[in-house]
Design a protein around this ligand. Structure first.
Ligand SMILES: [Zn+2]
Length: 298
């Protein structure tokens, strides 16, 4: 009888357990962050990215399907610091009332001077993930948030988060060594917009861009002329375009300065699955390798 009671109890526990084991519906603002959440969430999390692959996270026009996904979400992740300027309105329109996790929380930020309309303002650079050490901090925040939202699988999320963060810290060390192999005088390059400030600071590359921290602003003729002047003066030869940005301005700058287009960088959007940057780790590795080759090529 006692044994039967145990069996019944076990059966009930199993029944209840399996009934509640549904996937966590998560919405992330853009593909880089969505991939991080997938890596940590594993099999128990269904992640939808609002901005698609090769899409610009600064400027995005949400669709009715996005609002619907938010309305049914258990948890929402943004990177924060003004990256997703379109997000607040979308969340309000969707009626989503759950938690919004800011993945960049607690990470040391850098500020930059931004010229706009002849005035300089100091802004916080939102592109934190382009340093892999910062990516490891994102992974820890994501693991804590998933564990809180789905306690049943908390152990798995914490283990995945720790494994992923360790992988990212190893990538950070690898990038340091890769860039250290480039002679210091050559560690300079031009990108489409100011998206690699954390990367440059972490691995020792001097970066300039014709467009500021957000793709929402357009450079003035004076700003472009002054950048061309600086490229000539400092002999910068490595110039890169980005997958989310019209390459024509950078191509024009390259023509006028005699610099070479060193290739395509993935600053804030993953490539298609078959492309060179289908995941955050692949994107990071690809960018460091392309930058190193571009700087060494001249
Ligand atoms: Zn950007």
């Amino acid at each position: 009888m006692r044994r039967l009671a145990t069996l019944v109890a076990l059966f009930l526990a199993w029944g209840i357990g399996s009934a509640s084991a549904r996937d966590l519906a998560v919405v992330a603002s853009f593909t880089v962050l969505a991939d991080m959440v997938e890596q940590v969430g594993g099999a128990h999390v269904e992640v939808r990215s609002l901005v698609g692959r090769n899409g610009d996270p600064h400027m995005y026009e949400p669709t009715p399907a996005d609002a619907q996904a938010l309305a049914h979400a258990d948890l929402v992740f943004v990177s924060g610091l003004g990256l997703e300027g379109w997000m607040d309105r979308l969340i309000a329109a969707s009626g989503y009332k759950g938690r919004i996790i800011v993945a960049s929380q607690g990470v040391e930020t850098r500020t930059m001077a931004e010229e706009e309309g002849g005035r300089t303002r100091i802004i916080t650079d939102p592109h934190l993930w382009n340093s892999a050490a910062n990516g490891a901090a994102f992974a820890a925040t994501i693991a804590t948030a998933l564990a809180g939202a789905d306690p049943e699988h908390a152990t798995g999320y914490r283990a995945n988060g720790a494994r992923y963060a360790a992988e990212l810290r190893a990538l950070d060390g690898w990038a340091r060594a890769e860039i250290a192999a480039v002679p210091e005088a050559k560690r300079k390059l031009i990108t489409s917009h100011d998206a690699f400030g954390y990367l440059g600071a972490a691995y020792g590359i001097e970066l300039r861009a014709p467009v500021g921290f957000s793709t929402e602003s357009e450079p003035s003729a004076e700003q472009v002329a002054s950048l061309i002047e600086q490229i000539r003066r400092e002999g910068i030869k490595a110039v890169f375009v980005e997958n989310t940005i019209d390459p024509r301005l950078v191509q024009q700058i390259a023509r006028e300065t005699g610099a070479k287009i060193g290739g395509l960088l993935y600053a804030e959007a993953l490539s298609e699955p078959g492309g060179p940057a289908p995941s955050y780790t692949a994107m990071f590795r690809y960018n460091i390798t392309a930058m190193k080759q571009g700087m060494l090529a001249n």
